[in-house]
Structure formats: structure tokens, C-alpha cells
Design a protein around this ligand. Structure first.
Ligand code: GLN
Length: 478
């Protein structure tokens, strides 16, 4: 077993006992990263030498990778977009600083869909990422490289960002745990904005306990991000083994029958039955507004994206294309700099922001968002967590959805809700389908109750540990 396949907790014990050195660990992970790169393509940039682990802290000597939209001092921060080619961050994201201060060691930056817009890892300027389980499948997106690197056992954890599902959906496709914390729990300072009222940074790991550990390092008030919350972060590992007895799990069965493919639906039923056998109570719920979540997301997230991306014009930010006058500089810079999907989103966002259409789209979507918040809060008054498959299907074929944006967006149908409402949500692998692809269950928790959410997730994980033996001799190492 390669070192990167072990959990943070296992590595921690070995590092503490001295049987493993931080440099040896970092070099082993880097070697595997280099070997996997030609075929798996998880990284856009790797460090050249194993860095010395400096500070002693809860993650002392633990290697990780970071998504290409999170600033690390002097590191590439191009969000996989031509418009930011060559840009290196002159500052450090708070999440990165916190990890560094906890002793974690960054080994590289992972590929993503351009500006975090996508669900397949096929829209990166530095190249595509594949799914570690099957060469012909996408890893999901947009935190594609982070999920592939962790799923493949190259690093024990990676950072992702989640605006509409970009931590959870790729974690699901790659057989990882992915946690999107409550909106405001984790600082966005140094995360390149996509849709500011949705964006949240979180960990991708292979196990729930590791997710809890990394979350506890990331979370907390940040004076540099006014949207962060001041509430205390309770130790999420405390009580995490308590088990599902008495846990009420809400399931919007009717909605799920409409949107989820038969196999993931059956898998979810299997897991719910296991939970019930262990003393959990399954609560049938109706979430009538949730079937409109994707449309609501498309309007508001794109509106925010179009204004956030306005700063990349070759004058204030971004690589400049030459032109005769200001107008042509702006036009050429943005035409050449942005990829197709990003342009599509900017157009849609600008459209719904137009004075004449505001009432028809944006204001209605905002009312719907408020309704969704209410609906979710009420549902979470009747249970501690909501359960749904993370995605309506397992990892789809590469190339299959590139020409069909609506099909591509369908894969976010069940993840956008938690971003619209701000609730924390987690993806947990539960098993493999008959093609050898991971299934994933998503749990949504109460606001700021990551501890309760992680406890429930740990109960699921213990009931259905994923068989990773297919990755012993993986296709990307052959
Ligand atoms: N896949 C979704 C989208 O394309 C979510 C993206 C994200 O969470 N960054 O918008």
C-alpha cells in the first residue's frame, strides 16, 4: 500500500512514533503523483522537491493538494483559464495559511473545470483529468483533480471548493468523502470567487474522520472574510463514533424517484435499510420546491458569476489582448481569454441581470431561494439529517456531455440545494456498481451542525466501507 493511501490518522501515528519521516512521506506521495500524471492528470503543477515540514501541529507532515482557484503564496492561481495564464498569487488564502500553520505540506495544485464551472474535469487549460476507477469515465467536477488525487491514493486529503456541488459530486464519482461546510464556516479569503453567496471551501478525504479533522483546522471566524461566522467550532471528532441509534433521517422519496437513476436509488434504499437495522428512524418527507433548485441555481449563480468575472478584462486583472482602443482591448481579451462554458454563464448571468428581466428571473429566483431555505429548515426540524444520492447517476463517460450543457447540469440536481440554502452537506461512498464505479450517499445537516452531520456520515461509512481493492493495480499505473 502506498503511503498516500493511508488515512491522515494512520500517517499521524507513524509520524509521531518516528517510524516514518515527513520527508519520506512527501517524497513517496510526489513519486506517485508523477507516475500517475500522464494518464490520470490530477495535477496542474507539482512542487519540485519535497518541502520540509516545519511547524508542529495537528497535521504536521501530512501532505495535501490544493485546487487551482485557492491562493497559495507565489503559486500558480489561474483557475485553469487562459485569461489568468501565468498569474501567480501575491497572497495566501486563509484556508491555506491555516493548513500550513497546522503543519500540513502542500505538494501541488489540482486541475479543475475553468473557473469552477463544470461537472466533468474536461474544461481545464492544462489538460483533462480522468476517473481513477475507470479510464473511460470522468472524475466529476469542478474539483476534479482534488478528488482524483485523493481517490487514487496519491495524497490523503485535498482542498476543493463547492458552489453547486463541486466538492461532493467529484468526491462521489471518485469514491471519496467530500464535505461542504455551512456557508460562512470556512473563510473564502483567497478563493477566486465564482458565486459569492454560494462558494465554500472544504476537504476531500477518503474517510469521514479525516474530513472531520481537516474541517476543524479550516473552520472559524476570519476577519478577512466578513461572511464568516463567529460561532464556536465544536470538536467534530468528539462523539463521532456514537452510531445511528435514534438518528432521524429524512428522505424526500417522491423527488428522488423523479430525478435519480434506478441503480443509485436502489443503493440508497439498501443503505437506509442498514441504518434502520441499527436503530435509525427513516422519515418520509416532501420537498416540493426542491425540484426547482437547479433552475434557481442557474439564475442566481450565473448572475453572481457574471459580475464576479467582470474584473477579468485585461485592464484590472487578466492577460491583455492587444487592440486599437479600450473597447477592442476588452472585447478581444474576454473573447480569447474565457472558454465556451464560462462565456455561456456570463451571457446567461448578464441576461438575468438586465433591468427589463430582473423581475422575471432574478427576483423570482431569489424568492424561490428563500422558500427553499424555509423548506429545508422545516424538514431539518423533523429529522437531524436529510439523505439523498449525491448525484442522480454514477460517473458518466468522458466526452458524453460536453455538447449538452443541460445533461451536464443534471448531475448537480441534488447538490445545488445545500449551496442555495447554506446548509452543510457531505458525500460518503457506499459501494460499487456493476461497472466498478462508486456509489455515493449525500447527507445534509442542520446549519452549523457539522458535528452532527459528520457523526451521521461516520455511521454510514461504518456500515458500508468501500472495497478499494480494484485500485491496487490501477489502470493509470499500467
Ligand atoms: N457543477 C456545478 C456548476 O457547474 C457546480 C460548480 C461548483 O460547485 N463550483 O456550476
Amino acid at each position: 500500500m502506498s503511503l498516500g493511501e493511508r488515512s491522515i490518522e494512520e500517517l499521524r501515528r507513524e509520524l509521531d512514533s518516528g517510524s516514518l519521516g515527513p520527508r519520506e512521506l512527501a517524497e513517496d506521495c510526489l513519486r506517485r503523483a508523477h507516475e500517475s500524471q500522464p494518464r490520470l492528470g490530477a495535477f496542474q503543477e507539482l512542487v519540485e522537491f519535497a518541502p520540509d515540514a516545519g511547524i508542529a501541529g495537528p497535521l504536521h507532515g501530512i501532505p495535501f493538494a490544493t485546487k487551482a482557484n485557492i491562493a497559495a503564496l507565489d503559486a500558480r492561481l489561474d483557475c485553469e483559464s487562459a485569461i489568468l495564464a501565468g498569474y501567480r498569487a501575491p497572497y495566501e488564502a486563509t484556508v491555506h495559511r491555516r493548513l500550513r500553520e497546522a503543519g500540513a505540506v502542500c505538494l501541488g495544485r489540482t486541475r479543475m473545470d475553468e473557473f469552477a464551472m463544470g461537472s466533468s474535469g474536461e474544461r481545464a487549460t492544462s489538460g483533462e483529468t480522468a476517473n481513477p476507477w475507470r479510464e473511460d469515465r470522468v472524475p466529476g467536477g469542478s474539483s476534479s483533480g482534488s478528488a482524483a488525487a485523493v481517490g487514487a491514493g496519491i495524497v490523503p486529503f485535498a482542498l476543493g471548493s463547492d458552489t453547486g456541488g463541486s466538492i461532493r459530486q467529484p468526491a462521489a464519482f471518485c469514491g471519496c468523502v467530500g464535505l461542504k461546510p455551512t456557508y460562512g464556516r470556512v473563510s473564502r479569503y483567497g478563493l477566486v470567487a465564482f458565486a459569492s453567496s454560494f462558494d465554500q471551501v472544504g476537504p476531500i478525504t477518503r474517510g469521514v474522520r479525516d474530513a472531520a479533522l481537516v474541517f476543524s483546522v479550516l473552520a472559524g471566524l476570519d476577519p478577512r472574510d466578513a461572511s464568516t461566522r463567529g460561532e464556536a467550532v465544536e470538536d467534530p471528532l468528539e462523539g463521532i463514533e456514537e452510531g445511528p441509534r435514534g438518528l432521524r433521517v429524512g428522505v424526500p422519496t417522491k423527488l428522488l424517484r423523479e430525478v435519480v437513476d434506478p441503480r443509485p436509488l436502489a443503493e440508497m434504499q439498501r443503505v437506509l435499510t442498514l441504518l434502520e437495522d441499527q436503530g435509525a428512524e427513516i422519515v418520509e418527507l416532501e420537498l416540493p420546491l426542491s425540484r426547482h433548485a437547479l433552475a434557481c441555481y442557474a439564475v442566481i449563480a450565473n448572475a453572481e458569476a457574471s459580475s464576479n468575472l467582470a474584473r477579468f478584462d485585461g485592464v484590472r486583472f487578466g492577460r491583455r489582448a492587444e487592440g486599437e482602443d479600450l473597447e477592442s482591448v476588452l472585447h478581444r481579451t474576454r473573447s480569447e481569454g474565457f472558454g465556451e462554458e464560462v462565456k455561456l454563464r456570463i451571457l446567461l448571468g448578464s441576461f438575468v441581470l438586465c433591468a427589463g428581466y430582473r423581475g422575471r428571473y432574478l427576483q423570482r429566483a431569489q424568492r424561490l431561494r428563500e422558500g427553499l431555505r424555509q423548506e429545508t429548515r422545516e424538514a431539518l426540524g423533523r429529522c437531524e439529517v436529510l439523505a439523498w444520492p449525491t448525484a442522480p447517476h454514477t460517473a458518466f463517460r468522458r466526452g458524453e456531455r460536453l455538447q449538452d450543457p443541460l445533461e451536464m447540469y443534471r448531475s448537480d440536481a441534488l447538490t445545488v440545494q445545500a449551496n442555495l440554502t447554506g446548509h452543510p452537506a457531505i458525500a460518503i461512498p457506499t459501494g460499487l456498481d456493476d461497472e466498478g464505479l462508486p456509489f455515493s450517499l449525500q447527507l445534509t445537516g442542520r446549519e452549523l451542525d457539522e458535528r452532527g452531520l459528520l457523526r451521521a456520515a461516520r455511521a454510514v461509512e461504518k456500515l458500508c466501507a468501500l472495497d478499494r481493492s480494484a485500485l491496487r493495480d490501477p489502470w493509470w499505473m499500467r
